[in-house]
Design a protein around this ligand. Structure first.
Ligand SMILES: [Zn+2]
Length: 224
């Protein structure tokens, strides 16, 4: 298994080597340090009891969040889908895709999700729990949106059903903006300045400099 930008060998920040230790069905093997979006992440190549292999974050192994190569989830999912009879529904597909993006290095989207350390909470590894928390999308065309934190994990506190437009807004609010040596998201700058949501984004869109967009008080206290 190879990962773009990977540095093999023991990482300097490796507090405690997990090589040889068992985590559920996994035995940790060689460690690999990968440069994530903001920091180095330590992964272990693991062998699974089923004969499969996994590429698991050290942090997830320690927390007990990764216990198999994915076979455990597949077994649970197939047992659960026999019970709930929803295995061919689109909500079930949504759930599977979410897990694959975060847990399966073979998924095309893994680099943008699991590879950046985005995880699915343990509770949602079971379809029935996910379905109980999220229900069906209230409108056609809505998909899962990580909100309020677009870079956060899939967990009940940080996921909503949203339209494509709402998701685009969410991504824009999560855009990073540097000013005065500080880097915050557009939404955080808006909160700090007491601006309404979307004001800074609109200003940047109109061609304002980040400094002016962040510092200039609005002429009127618009609420719309
Ligand atoms: Zn396995």
């Amino acid at each position: 298994m190879s990962v773009k930008g990977a540095v093999t060998g023991r990482a300097a920040f490796n507090r405690k080597d997990l090589t040889g230790q068992r985590f559920g069905r996994l035995i940790a093997g060689e460690s690999v340090s990968v440069m994530g979006k903001t920091q180095q992440k330590l992964y272990y190549k693991c062998e699974c009891d089923c004969g499969g292999e996994a590429f698991a974050m050290a942090q997830s192994l320690r927390r007990g969040a990764t216990l198999s190569c994915g076979c455990l989830q597949r077994e649970r999912a197939s047992a659960a889908s026999k019970r709930h009879g929803m295995s061919h529904t689109s909500i079930h597909n949504t759930w599977m895709t979410m897990l694959q993006r975060c847990n399966d290095p073979k998924s095309d989207s893994f680099s943008r999700y699991g590879g950046r350390g985005i995880t699915v909470c343990e509770r949602w590894h079971t379809f029935e729990n996910f379905f109980e928390d999220m229900g069906l999308p209230p409108q056609k065309g809505m998909t899962l949106d990580r909100f309020p934190n677009n870079d956060g994990n899939y967990e009940p506190e940080n996921v909503r059903w949203a339209t494509a437009k709402e998701q685009a807004n969410n991504r824009r609010s999560s855009r990073l903006l540097e000013f005065n040596g500080e880097t915050l998201t557009v939404a955080e700058w808006e909160d700090r300045q007491g601006f309404r949501r979307g004001l800074i984004h609109t200003r940047l869109y109109m061609g304002w400099t980040p400094e002016r967009a962040i510092t200039q008080k609005p002429l009127f206290d618009q609420t719309d």
